[in-house]
Design a protein around this ligand. Structure first.
Ligand code: GLY
Length: 575
């Protein structure tokens, strides 16, 4: 008997000691086919590992998540020129552990004072694609420099001079050209070398693209960054950089004046919030449509068990696609810059409204987009935006998405600065009811007005569990950003995937119009057949989005950089 009791006690001791040890270990699920980066003390995940390293170093040196985010953004402006930028704009969501609140920093571009509703129409009243996308007229007043500086001064702990230094070094000393950059520069050669300053900045002599492995130096961009280091944002909005921007606008028919630059305003906004099965979803309000429709779609999905339906099943894809259509129909009708138009934010993110929309959804049959609404579809947005996520060891979190709009924006570098100008003005709807170059038409809430911000889809998002940041994520992808973020959130919260698997798993997208369901590679032909039987028109799609995400769980951080784009990377502060 005594032997039996002592064996039992020993067994209990053994189990509890194993249990205690396991609690201190990161949870690696060996049944999973893929694994996240795991670390402690902080993590930065961005579309260029070299930029993530810059942010992680700032964290190691005692900076907080905002310090690291600003340093990462400035580094991406050098090493990821197709989306990282000084001449564009974006959105930063910051959770401050000290303040116990999340703030949304809107540093989206603003239309110049001389901008007007019909500025992209030709003499026959037709949409002029070249003007709207590839001229200096396509540039909104950039917000990136002001936005990053605002975030740092209000929520960071390090000086501007410290966080800008790594970007100066990368631009001045140069960096190794990865295959990704070399092949993109080669593909875009005609468009980018059409502008002499862009050709000088990003190509070798005679417009020859850099090859992978070569060092590219960006001396003009280094000059701009050094001006910014000395003068802060004043260099960009009032000083020597401003002078060069205005001179180029005057020389080549742009609208941005010194008054426009001096009047640029960062807006700190209240994020949009929703609850999904007990998790709090906090995301970007207008001038992005991202957060509103992420929450609207989650509200519609909440009554269902997508887990029981199974990831990638025809049933779950059908439901998600029907939900996406409703959200995007509303986006088209209601969304615009809330400083100019009234947007029913509370109504759109309300659970009762989601229930009303669900009544129209059949689980067995497609509703044709024509029967959902006769409103106006969303304008095209380019996929070349970039997102990065940061968590520090103190509980602060940053989700930042920013862009030039198209790859390399307008393709125009302001001479002497190395700064590429955005073509964000094309995110406005240029002509009501008339399809643009991509077969899509626009709408009134998003028409062009002086000092208005064009509607965006960027969706930097933080998900909270028991009031603590749990998941941070975001993505590029134009109109596909919102559905990309939705699916990664669902993969984690519903399908219990680890963050790497959640990010890697194939995605779908429906945006109401055109009435087609886009599907990435990776779904079975049986699923596709079942969807066709339900009435879906399916189009295979190139990859969608590039999610950079982190989960915080049991004192460990789990990060995933999307393999859809090469050179992305998660960097931890310590293992
Ligand atoms: N230019 C892409 C977006 O703002 O959504």
């Amino acid at each position: 008997m005594i032997k039996k009791i002592s064996t039992y006690l020993f067994f209990l001791l053994f189990v509890s000691s194993v249990g205690a040890k396991n609690q201190d270990l990161p949870i690696i699920d060996y049944s999973s086919i893929t694994h996240p980066e795991i670390g402690t003390g902080g993590m930065v995940v961005s579309q260029r590992k070299v930029a993530s390293e810059v942010g992680a170093k700032i964290l190691r040196e005692g900076g907080n998540a905002v310090d690291a985010a600003v340093a990462t953004a400035l580094a991406l402006a050098v090493v990821l020129p197709r989306a990282g930028n000084l001449g564009g704009g974006g959105f930063m969501l910051i959770y401050s552990e000290e303040l116990k609140k999340t703030v949304a920093i809107d540093y989206r571009e603003m239309a110049p004072l001389q901008a007007s509703r019909d500025m992209f129409l030709d003499s026959n009243g037709n949409y002029d694609r070249k003007k709207a996308q590839f001229s200096l007229l396509s540039a909104g007043v950039p917000g990136t420099v002001a936005g990053l500086h605002y975030a740092l001064k209000k929520y960071g702990t390090l000086s501007w001079e410290v966080v800008i230094d790594p970007a100066i070094t990368l631009a001045e000393d140069g960096f190794v050209v990865p295959h990704d950059l070399s092949s993109v520069l080669s593909n875009y050669r005609n468009r980018l070398t059409a502008n002499a300053a862009t050709a000088r900045t990003y190509y070798k002599r005679n417009k020859v693209p850099y090859e992978a492995g070569e060092i590219i130096k960006l001396p003009d961009l280094a000059w701009s960054l050094k001006e910014l280091k000395k003068q802060g944002p004043a260099a960009f909005y009032k000083g020597k950089i401003a002078e060069k921007i205005v001179a180029e606008m005057e020389r080549n028919g742009g609208l941005i004046t010194s008054e426009d630059l001096a009047n640029y305003k960062v807006k700190e906004r209240v994020p949009v919030k929703g609850i999904y099965k007990g998790y709090e979803i906090v995301s970007m309000p207008p001038s992005s449509s991202g957060g509103v429709h992420l929450i609207q779609m989650l509200n519609m999905l909440e009554p269902f068990s997508l887990k029981e339906m199974g990831f990638g099943s025809a049933q779950s894809i059908h439901l998600m696609s029907e939900v996406m259509k409703r959200a995007y129909a509303d986006r088209s009708r209601y969304l615009g810059d809330t400083d100019f138009v009234s947007v029913p934010l509370i109504g759109l993110t309300n659970k009762e409204y989601a229930k009303a929309l669900l009544k129209e959804i059949s689980l067995t049959e497609v509703t044709s987009s024509e029967d959902i609404s006769n409103g106006n579809p969303l304008p095209y947005e380019s996929p070349d935006t970039t997102h990065f996520s940061v968590m520090d060891g103190k509980g602060n979190v940053v989700a930042n998405t920013y862009t030039l709009n198209f790859s390399y924006g307008s393709g125009i570098v302001i001479p002497g600065t190395g700064i590429l100008m955005n073509n964000e003005m094309d995110d406005f709807s240029s002509k009501k009811g008339v399809p643009n170059a991509y077969g899509l038409v626009g709408f009134e809430a998003n028409e062009i007005k002086a000092q208005k911000r064009p509607l965006s889809s960027m969706t930097p998002t933080i998900v909270f569990k028991n009031q603590k940041p749990y998941l941070v994520l975001g993505s590029p992808g134009g109109s596909r950003i919102i559905t990309t973020v939705l699916q990664v959130v669902i993969n984690v919260l519903e399908h219990d995937m680890n963050i790497k698997q959640a990010v890697i798993s194939p995605r779908i997208h429906h945006q109401w119009l055109p009435d087609v369901l886009l599907m990435e590679e990776g779904f079975s032909s049986d699923t596709i057949d079942l969807l066709k039987e339900k009435g879906h028109t399916i189009r295979p799609s190139r990859t969608m989005g590039s999610v950079q995400a982190i989960i915080s769980k049991d004192n460990y951080l789990y990060g995933a950089a999307d393999p859809r784009r090469p050179e992305a990377g998660a960097v931890v502060v310590s293992p």
